[in-house]
Design a protein around this ligand. Structure first.
Ligand code: CAA
Length: 258
C-alpha cells in the first residue's frame, strides 16, 4: 500500500478505510493531505477486493477545515495555477459507496469532504459549520452548492452567512446526517453498516448511486430514462441471476460483482 504522510489506510475484509491523521491540528486539510485522501480512495476504487470505502478522522476531530496556515499566503493567481479543487472534483467520480464517519468538528473543508461522500454518520458530539465567513472568505470546495442542494436556499444562506457551528442533532434534523451514534461506538457501528453494504450486489449499488446522483441535475423525465437503462443493464449481470435464483431456491445469495 502507498506510503502516505497525513492519512492512514487499511483494508478490513471488503472495506477500504481511510483515516485522516494530523490530530495535532485537528486534521486540518493541507493540500498534500487532500491529494492523499483522493489517491487512497481512487486506489480502493481500482481494487477489485474492495466494495465499500469509509473515511474518518483520528484524534479529537474529523477535520477543522482547510489548513489556514497554508492558505493564508495564497493569492488569486497562485490559487488559479494550483487548481487544487480539481482534486475534490475527482471524489464525485468514485462509483463505489463512500461512507464518512465524523466526530468532534466537521468544519469548512472538513464539512465539504463529508458532504462529498455518499452517506454521513456522525458522533453525537460533532459540531458542523462553515466558519470561512469569519476569515473573510467562503467555502470553495462545494460547500455552498452541496449544502444548498441538501437543505434549500434560505436555510443554507443563514448557516453560511453566520458561520455558526451546529450540533449533530440539528444537522440530523436538517437531513444532512444519516445516522447518529455515541462517540465511543461511531467507528465500530460505521464498519458494521459498511460490512452489511459490502454483502449487497456491487453493480446494483454502483448503478443506484449513479442514478440517484442524476436526480439532482436531471429533470424527472430524463432521470427516469437514465434509471431505466441502468435497470436494464443489471439484467446482463451474473449477480442478477444469482439474486433471483437464490430467492426462488430459498437460499442466501452470494454476489460476485459481475
Ligand atoms: N488550519 C490550521 N490549523 C488549525 C485549523 C485549521 N483549519 N483548525 C485548528 N487548527 C490548529 C490550531 O491552530 C491549534 O494548533 P496549535 O496547537 O499549534 O495552536 C490546534 O489545531 C488545535 O486547535 P485549537 O487550539 O484552536 O482547538 P480548540 O478546541 O480551542 O478550537 C476550533 C477548535 C473551534 C475548531 C478551532 O481550532 C477553529 O476555529 N479552527 C479553524 C476552523 C476554521 O476556520 N475552518 C475553516 C477553514 S477555511 C476552509 O475550510 C476553506 C475551504 O472551504 C476549502
Amino acid at each position: 500500500m502507498a506510503d502516505y504522510k497525513y492519512i492512514q489506510v487499511e483494508t478490513k475484509d471488503q472495506l477500504g478505510l481511510v483515516m485522516l491523521n494530523r490530530p495535532k491540528v485537528l486534521n486540518a486539510l493541507n493540500r498534500q493531505m487532500v491529494s492523499e485522501i483522493v489517491q487512497a480512495l481512487e486506489s480502493f476504487e481500482q481494487n477489485d477486493r474492495i466494495r465499500v470505502m469509509v473515511v474518518y478522522g483520528n484524534g479529537r476531530a474529523f477535520a477543522a477545515g482547510a489548513d489556514i496556515d497554508e492558505m493564508a499566503v495564497d493569492n488569486p493567481v497562485s490559487l488559479e495555477l494550483l487548481n487544487q479543487f480539481t482534486e475534490w472534483d475527482r471524489l464525485s467520480l468514485l462509483k463505489k459507496p463512500v461512507i464518512c464517519a465524523v466526530h468532534g468538528f466537521a468544519l469548512g473543508g472538513g464539512f465539504e469532504l463529508a458532504l462529498a461522500c455518499d452517506l454521513l454518520f456522525a458522533a453525537e458530539d460533532t459540531k458542523f459549520g462553515f466558519p470561512e465567513v469569519n476569515l473573510a472568505v467562503m467555502p470553495g470546495a462545494g460547500g455552498t452548492q452541496r449544502l444548498t442542494k441538501l437543505i434549500g436556499k434560505t436555510l443554507a444562506l443563514e448557516w453560511l452567512w453566520s458561520g455558526e457551528m451546529r450540533e449533530a442533532g440539528e444537522a440530523s434534523r436538517l437531513g444532512i446526517v444519516n445516522k447518529l451514534f455515541p462517540k465511543e461506538v461511531l467507528i465500530e457501528e460505521t464498519i458494521k453498516y459498511a460490512q452489511m453494504l459490502s454483502k449487497k450486489p456491487p453493480l446494483s449499488l454502483r448503478l443506484i448511486k449513479e442514478s440517484v446522483s442524476k436526480a439532482v441535475d436531471y429533470s424527472l423525465y430524463e432521470g427516469m430514462q437514465f434509471e431505466r437503462k441502468n435497470f436494464y443493464l443489471l439484467f446482463a449481470s451474473e449477480d442478477q441471476k444469482e439474486g433471483m435464483n437464490a430467492f426462488i431456491e430459498k437460499r442466501k445469495a452470494n454476489f460476485k460483482g459481475r
